[in-house]
Write a protein that binds this ligand. Structure first.
Ligand SMILES: *Cc1c(COP(=O)(O)O)cnc(C)c1O
Length: 443
């Protein structure tokens, strides 16, 4: 082993340790503080999930091993699929997609395969104006044209607009429910009925499943295909770009199109089934991000059916609690009962203070900013998702901080407009950073 005294060794161990420790202290994570990043479900991820994912029996195997030597891992994937079916009501899931966005793409490929088989030419897919950007992106990546649907004054899909646009040339709709405004679309059954009546399919973006666990099954609302974000709803640290898992569930009639292989149980044995002739093929190497599946499996097993329902109930309760506390101080985009998140606006803040200013000032108070300027249909949106894992003390503290920032905007606007003051970096020139990135540690 080389030591720091060896010639040619560039850095000593302690220098390396200090370098990475210093870097980690410039970072922000859910283990460090409140992280109410709307749409992303930055909940606390129980460490037991890391422990199971790190078990030698799981980390020491290789995807090319013969099936008979990896029966335990296959059993886990098989059972995870069954549990996801139970939670959502779908007939089967593919665990392959590596993220929500890839799940969307997989789902749209399944839609395309379905209409190809029927010999129907359908070129467009409806996407509500509140949708996550990945929805229209998946649509066009798959060769369809995205057609925007309006939201009504309640934040639901505008049924009149849907009736006007839905016809036999439309492959279907991509809908997020609860939507990205944090609202349960009370028109959902009607939406599915209208789309189905013209032979279309309903794709559900399941990123917001955290609000529905154990309360309602998307399949029963009329959805035909849906992805889940295991890394959001079922607890895997995310936000740094990976690894994730975006399983796709489908109704009975679409099972044949799912990516291969699927895992089947034959007597006591688990087998890979790659036969599906109508399958859209593989969407990722091997079987997807297995470690994330172990974490999701652990999380579901640890909580059980009652615990999962409680996750949704407390997530919704926490969001409504914050919403009601903040409503007298910030403009609420839609004043109705919300699901797991809600959207404020910067309208009415004093001295021209904007959403961006509020977000930067929150950093000084040790809070990760909420999602900002999304969804696009709310001016200066501040999208807050507290999750079920936060205490009332944390929520109250956040309310106090938000009120303080509002008061600062009135009395000392420079304090907010020039924030952050306590971070290693101040306001970044976001445009310059994107065009001329400087990735050096030090000049
Ligand atoms: C996060 C999210 C996605 C994309 O999921 P990734 O796993 O980040 O690819 C899609 N739709 C909604 C509503 C989301 O919140």
């Amino acid at each position: 082993m080389k030591t720091i005294f060896d010639k040619g060794m560039d850095l000593s161990e302690v220098e390396v340790v200090r370098h990475y420790t210093a870097l980690s202290r410039r970072n922000f994570g859910v283990d460090l503080g409140f992280y109410p990043l709307g749409s992303c479900t930055m909940k606390y991820n129980p460490k037991v999930c890391e422990d199971t994912a790190r078990l030698d029996g799981f980390t020491g195997i290789h995807p090319l091993q013969p099936a008979k030597t990896v029966q335990g891992a296959m059993q886990l994937m098989y059972k995870l699929e069954k549990m996801l079916c139970e939670i959502t009501g779908f007939a089967r899931f593919s665990l392959q997609p590596a993220a929500g966005a890839q799940g969307e793409l997989t789902g749209i490929m399944i839609m395309r395969a379905h209409f190809q088989e029927k010999g129907e030419q359908r070129e467009k897919i409806l996407v509500p104006d509140s949708a996550h950007g990945t929805n229209p992106a998946s649509v066009s990546l798959c060769g369809f044209q995205a057609v925007e649907l309006k939201s009504d004054s309640e934040g639901n899909v505008d049924l009149a607009d849907l009736r006007e646009k839905m016809d036999e040339k439309i492959a279907g709709i991509m809908i997020t429910n609860p939507n990205t405004l944090g609202l349960f679309d009370t028109n959902i059954e009607k939406v599915c009925e209208i789309v189905h009546s013209k032979g279309g399919l309903v794709y559900g973006d399941g990123a917001n499943m955290n609000a529905m666990l154990g309360i309602c099954r998307p399949r029963e609302l009329g959805i035909d295909i849906m992805h889940l974000n295991l890394h959001k709803t079922f607890s895997t640290p995310h936000g740094g770009g990976g690894p994730g898992s975006g399983p796709v569930g489908v109704v009975e009639e679409l099972v044949d199109f799912l990516p291969v292989p699927l895992i089947e149980k034959n007597g006591e044995n688990y087998e890979f089934n790659s036969k599906g002739k109508k399958s859209i093929g593989k969407v990722r190497s091997f079987y997807g991000n297995f470690g994330v599946m172990v974490k999701a499996f652990t999380y579901i097993k640890a909580l059980g059916a009652v615990g999962l329902r409680e996750v949704a109930e407390v997530a919704v309760l926490n969001a409504n609690y914050l919403k009601e506390k903040l409503k007298p101080h910030y403009k609420l985009a839609f004043d109705r009962v919300c699901q797991h998140e809600f959207v404020l606006s910067d309208e009415g803040l004093a001295n021209g203070v904007t959403t961006n200013d509020v977000a930067k000032r929150l950093l000084d108070y040790g809070v990760h900013p909420p999602t900002v300027y999304f969804p696009l249909i709310v001016k200066g949106a501040i999208m807050i998702e507290p999750t079920e894992t936060e205490t009332r003390e944390t929520l109250n503290n956040f309310v106090d901080i938000m009120i303080t920032i509002k008061q600062e905007a009135e009395k000392q606007p420079e304090l907010v407009k020039e924030a952050p003051h306590s971070m290693p970096v101040k306001r970044l020139d976001a445009v310059k950073a994107a065009r001329e990135p400087n990735l050096r540690w030090k000049e």
